[in-house]
Design a protein around this ligand. Sequence first.
Ligand code: GLU
Ligand code: ZN
Length: 476
Amino acid sequence: MQNEIRVRFAPSPTGDPHLGSIRTALFNWLFAQQNNGKFILRIEDTDQSRKQHNSDQKMITALKWLGLDWDEGPYYQSKRLKKYHTAIDTLIKNNKAYRCYCSPERLDNLRKQNSKNHDKKFIGYDKLCRKNSNLETSKPHVVRFAMPETGKTIFNDIVRNEVSFQNELSEDFIILKSDNFPTYHLANVVDDNDMKISHVFRAEEWLPSTPKHINLYNALGYPIPKYGHLPMLLSSDRTKLSKRHGATSIIDLINIGYIPIGLINFLALLGWSLDDKTEIFQTEELIKNFDIHDLTKSGAVVDYEKLSWINGYHIRSLEPDSLAKQIYEFWELNPPKNFDTSPTMEETKKIVPLIQNRIKILSEISEYIGFYFKKSIDYTIEELIQKGMDLQSTKIALEASKNALNSITKFDSVSIETSLRNTAIELQIKPGQLLSTLRVSLTGQKISPSLFEIIELNGLDKTIERINISIEKMTT
Ligand code: GLU
Ligand code: ZN
């Protein structure tokens, strides 16, 4: 079908999946969804020296986790070498590319000379082998593309509008390396043509490569796709985003406890906005409203506080069962250090109402709820005894609480609250004094969800057992 929208995400497996890469994937994915198009995943693994084991698998896992599903692929460039060699042969035959036999020493000397003389016109390789055609294919060589030496390459970028480059400023770049693997430029162009890519949306760092690609398209007689270069990601001090400013690997962000829709929502706003005020989007709303023609040209600042705020908002809006499922899966991958037991799905469902409105990221849950998954809890007698109380009055208060709780007919947080507030009145102490003692006795934590919900969650038996342990502690 002609005019079909086909976009691709083409990561190089050179490290952990980066926030910026995922933003590129998301924008391509949204564009495909909006246009009834195809989203293609292609792993650009022709750089053998920079390849990292498992990097492709991590990317695939992250995309699946985010729900950015693809229609075709993953294609691996390392399995498509024949296609690249055919294209390179054609280029050589048509004098659009040539073999270069220059030694690394010669190129190194050139580079040194280059940096000394500041003649702006002389860029990189001096084209020695372009003039002397040498056909000794057995000698070690690379293949270089013969860039046009005059004129301009002009294209209309969807984000940056008209972009113009002077051809003489681009060197005769390498398209086939001495290890017989093509370079990124060549493989990228051959594949985008082969896969009938209609639009290329990629990071701004690739903008300077685009004239190279366009000249390759022309030399190979391929139609040129439309381009859009996405604004750079910046840190809060407006320097290029790096690990120093916060986690940039999507794997790290997943392990911190961001949820898929939180990250998707946040990433969509890096370079795009609907208006000045709307910050919260569900995926369907993004598909409806996102507009690739509306991106900013200037860099997009990654604000981690905003990410947490957006994530917290989505956590609060989730159906409790869906949140429970995400927490359960999160804990499976990141078992909390302060838990003695592995939470079951049933237990996870039970704690959701206690924490849903209190957290921004899933890793915060374990400190709130650790008491529930611990065999025994740790605290000192001093922590049990509140201001204005002593050992004796604290023991009496704990005994009275036991009696009160034992006589509740419907053991829910509302009745628990009424009964304990009455107990404080009867003992003539402040509710805060009684409740703080119980909080320590039942959780060993200074911060926790509502005490009454905790008691309901723990149930009568476990509650009485923990109060008894406190009483014993004070008796010996
Ligand atoms: N492999 C390149 C990267 O890792 C792809 C750039 C492009 O989309 O053309 O970013
Ligand atoms: Zn040469």
